[in-house]
Design a protein around this ligand. Structure first.
Ligand code: FAD
Length: 442
């Protein structure tokens, strides 16, 4: 039986494993193995909500092991570190427990077909101090880490404000706000800023003393001349207006030259903040460019229209770790690093692997941009949706936009669970919204 191995169980890889497990795996036409460095999957576009506490990973995370048993694929936990194309094996690093003790030694995994779906991380643009001093939102652990630090900072703020009020009865000066600086005004940075403003308003309602919306000062720093450079200008203008209404300080055309503890350094100033978040651009994991596969300057694996790695008929790559240019001449554009692209690539990759097993010709991938939606927490959701039928862009706002935004995640869940389970998931989410606090406070 052919061995199909998928490395990375994210937006693209997990959907692919599910599709292949439900088709080839169930009929025992191929053995499907999914490898991921973690035990659970959380859809990455939810991470800014985890960071602000609007979403609890405990509720949303999916166990690979449980899911694999229901969808006829095999799950192996491990981090891929090497590839031997000649012997068609990949290497997994030794697996350590939470005390750093080795549970499993280095392992070799054989494949007949390999799919790389390891995603990407935020791009530090070669500034080595970024990882040391800034929070990033590249995984659920990182988002949770930011959330706890954010809560702790507000606990300190509240205590200090109370002490100040007790000892200085006549001094009405408000205490210094908690300062969060976010580098990068793409969708992640902008949505996070809005979520943090919302979180502080909620903290106030939860009775954490002396907290007020003005207790938080969010600054967004962007190198280009406007926020949301990848989205239409009209959307960016609307988002800017909403953020400014909530006191967010937006600094465009500002390039960060260096990062130190609680400091962002530009060409002519030093910006101080209690918490630094780095959300600027994406870069694939460096080890990808050490595997003997063709990669671009941000370590993404170069693939052709069939999603096969250039020059490799047995290796595919999908999602953020893959680089595919579509269109010719002035129309040539890279497929964007987005969940909707990973979702579409997973579907075409499943079709092509099935075709290889059946000895049929492969299908070319064509990315369909369904539009851009932006959720500024509970303050506003808006965006444009492309109507394929009438070839028209519809501008959406309010509840309809919110529904369209949420539907991207629902589409992912639908691929993973099917219609029957989806109904229960929606019902559970509805009940949870009524019985749980609106902010995770731990
Ligand atoms: C905060 C945030 C908000 C976003 N919002 C949106 C949005 O609104 N709309 C949108 O379309 N996109 C959004 N994106 C982008 C979207 O999340 C990504 O494009 C998408 O997740 C890419 O899917 P993927 O399968 O390529 O990789 P990922 O979803 O990143 O999954 C990669 C997987 O590979 C695993 N992995 C990595 N390296 C290894 C290794 N060496 N060995 C084993 N496993 C490994 C990881 O554990 C992970 O599970 C957002 C991203 C972020 C961070």
């Amino acid at each position: 039986m052919k061995q199909i191995v998928i490395v990375g169980g994210g937006a693209g890889g997990l959907e692919l494993a599910t599709r292949l497990g439900d088709s080839l795996g169930r009929k025992r036409l191929a053995e499907i193995t999914l490898i991921d460095a973690n035990r659970t999957h959380l859809w990455k576009p939810l991470l800014h909500e985890v960071a602000s506490g609007s979403l609890d990973t405990g509720h949303e995370a999916l166990s690979y092991r449980a899911h694999s048993s229901e969808h006829h694929y095999y799950f192996r936990m491990g981090q891929m570190v090497g590839l031997d194309k000649t012997n068609q094996t990949l290497t997994l690093a030794p697996l350590l427990d939470h005390h750093g003790k080795e549970i499993l030694g280095e392992r070799l995994v054989h494949y007949d077909y390999l799919v790389m779906a390891t995603g990407a991380r935020s791009n530090d643009f070669g500034l080595s101090s970024v990882r040391e001093h800034c929070h990033t939102l590249d995984s659920a652990q990182e988002a949770e880490d930011f959330h706890l630090t954010f809560l702790n900072r507000f606990m300190q703020f509240s205590e200090a404000a109370n002490q100040h009020a007790l000892t200085n009865h006549h001094d009405q000066t408000p205490p210094e706000p908690v300062r969060v600086a976010i580098v990068g005004a793409g969708a992640t940075g902008v949505e996070l800023a809005a979520e943090l403003c919302n979180a502080v308003e909620r903290l106030e309602k939860f009775g954490i003393k002396a907290i007020h919306p003005s207790s938080l000062q969010v600054t967004i720093i962007e190198a280009t001349d406007r926020i949301l450079p990848a989205l239409p200008e009209s959307l960016a203008a609307k988002a800017e207006q909403v953020l400014k209404e909530h006191g967010v300080d937006i600094r465009t055309q500002t390039m960060i030259k260096d990062v130190q503890a609680q400091q962002l350094i530009t060409a002519d100033q030093t910006l101080q903040a209690d918490l630094l978040v780095w959300a600027a651009g994406v870069k694939a994991p460096k080890f990808l460019s050490e595997l003997g596969l063709p990669t671009n300057r941000i370590h993404q694996i170069e693939i052709d229209a069939n999603l096969q790695v250039k020059g490799e008929s047995a290796i595919f790559a999908i999602g953020d770790c893959a680089s595919l240019i579509q269109g010719a001449g002035e129309q040539a554009r890279p497929v964007p690093s987005l969940a909707q692209a990973a979702h579409q690539m997973a579907a075409t990759c499943a079709t092509n692997l099935q075709a290889l097993i059946d000895g049929q010709p492969l299908t070319s991938f064509l990315y369909h941009d369904h539009g851009s939606l932006l959720s500024l927490s509970r303050f506003q959701t808006f965006g444009s949706v492309l109507d394929e039928l009438f070839k028209k862009n519809w501008m959406l706002e309010g509840k309809i936009a919110h529904w369209a935004y949420a539907s991207l995640y629902r589409q992912h869940q639908m691929t993973l669970h099917g219609l029957g389970r989806m109904v229960w998931i929606l019902l559970a989410a509805f009940i949870e919204r009524r019985v749980k606090p609106k902010l995770k406070l731990y």
